[in-house]
Design a protein around this ligand. Structure first.
Ligand code: IPE
Ligand code: IPE
Ligand code: MG
Ligand code: MG
Ligand code: MG
Length: 327
């Protein structure tokens, strides 16, 4: 038995998604931006995780396909609203919905994606629906809680490492964790086995968000698909900033405080100043190290899953690719 590859999973997902939200669904003012968002060319990591987790336990992944689409649809809903909250103009190299259309359109088409996610989630093995729905709801609430912490933290300078970790666990990691757990359950995994995949996804998700924080400062904008420096502009409490606030002393700390307290009014200059401080403190190297620690923890979680090592090859490859990503 060979496992589905990343590309095979992605093709299954992409084909399914392009068959929805296109064509003549009315009103077009609602469905056109929703379809635009879904077809912008995301990496499709979460639904691929769902299919691969299912495929660990079962040769048949059909029953996981619509829940996988549900997780991608929910993810896109969060991105549409996140881009309003973060004043982000570009996503996946294209204008965000609230800039291409209006904030009202982004709110409502985002809501629509959230509701469609629930509709797709229920298109699976009927006996599993209550369990899957419970997991999904818990995750969805945590994402909202994480997003609220993210906003609250913009106004604070004393955010601790622990608070940051909880924030990213909720806003980012639990969605990847649940994507894996739901796939595993549909594939027939026991509760304890599916929980190991949850932990794998949680640690992978933590590494993923620290990597996202790093890319927000250092990526090549044309590859990353998002505007560089958005986190610095918005005073986001990222892994980098928390580490810099911990390590900077004397004049350097004063300069960092001045920049984040609005002492530099030009956003481009603010970005350059903060980035210089990160460079001086070697923050990117420290962040890479932290990313690899969470990645290694994720690998340990995967190792504990009770299926043959050969069945895990594709998931391992995906995880390794994620921490080396540039977008
Ligand atoms: C972006 O997620 C949101 C974060 C959790 C950092 P992705 O980087 O998976 O976004 P797409 O779907 O591939 O665009
Ligand atoms: C991602 O946080 C969390 C959610 C979208 C729920 P970010 O705000 O860092 O994501 P990007 O960088 O805009 O993709
Ligand atoms: Mg954002
Ligand atoms: Mg955000
Ligand atoms: Mg980000």
């Amino acid at each position: 038995m060979t496992q589905l590859t990343f590309q095979e999973c992605k093709t299954l997902i992409d084909e399914k998604i392009t068959s929805f939200l296109t064509g003549e669904r009315k009103p077009s003012g609602l469905y056109e931006p929703a379809g635009y968002q879904m077809n912008l060319g995301g990496k499709r990591i979460r639904p691929i995780l769902t299919l691969m987790a299912c495929n660990l336990f079962s040769d048949e992944v059909d029953a996981a396909l619509m829940p996988a689409i549900a997780l991608e649809t929910f993810h896109n809903f969060t991105l549409v609203h996140d881009d309003i909250m973060d004043n982000a103009m570009v996503r996946r190299g294209q204008p965000t919905i609230h800039t291409q259309w209006t904030p009202n359109t982004a709110i409502l088409s985002g809501d629509t994606l959230c509701i469609l996610a629930y509709q797709y989630l229920a298109e699976t093995t009927p006996s599993l629906i209550p369990r899957i729905l419970g997991l999904f709801n818990q995750m969805a609430l945590q994402v909202c809680e994480g997003q609220q912490y993210d906003l609250d933290f913009e106004k604070r300078e004393d955010v601790s490492y622990q608070e940051y970790m909880l924030m990213i666990e909720y806003k980012t990691a639990v969605l990847q964790a649940v994507s894996l757990k739901i796939g595993a359950l549909i594939g027939g995994a026991s509760e304890p086995e599916s929980e190991k995949l949850y932990q794998f996804g949680r640690n992978l998700g933590l590494a993923f968000q620290i990597q996202d924080d790093l890319l927000d400062v250092y990526a090549d904008e044309t590859v990353f698909g998002k505007a560089i420096g958005g986190d610095i502009r918005e005073n986001k409490k990222t892994w980098l900033l928390i580490k810099a606030l911990e390590l900077a002393k004397g004049q350097r700390l004063d300069a960092l405080h001045a920049a984040i307290r609005g002492g530099v009014s030009n956003p481009e200059e603010k970005y350059m100043r903060v980035r210089e401080i990160y460079d001086d403190l070697n923050i990117s190297v420290l962040a890479e190290h932290e990313i690899s620690l969470f990645f290694e923890q994720a690998m340990l979680n995967l190792k504990e899953v009770d299926v043959t090592p050969e069945r895990k090859t594709e998931l391992k490859k995906l995880a390794a690719g994620l921490i080396r990503r540039d977008k």
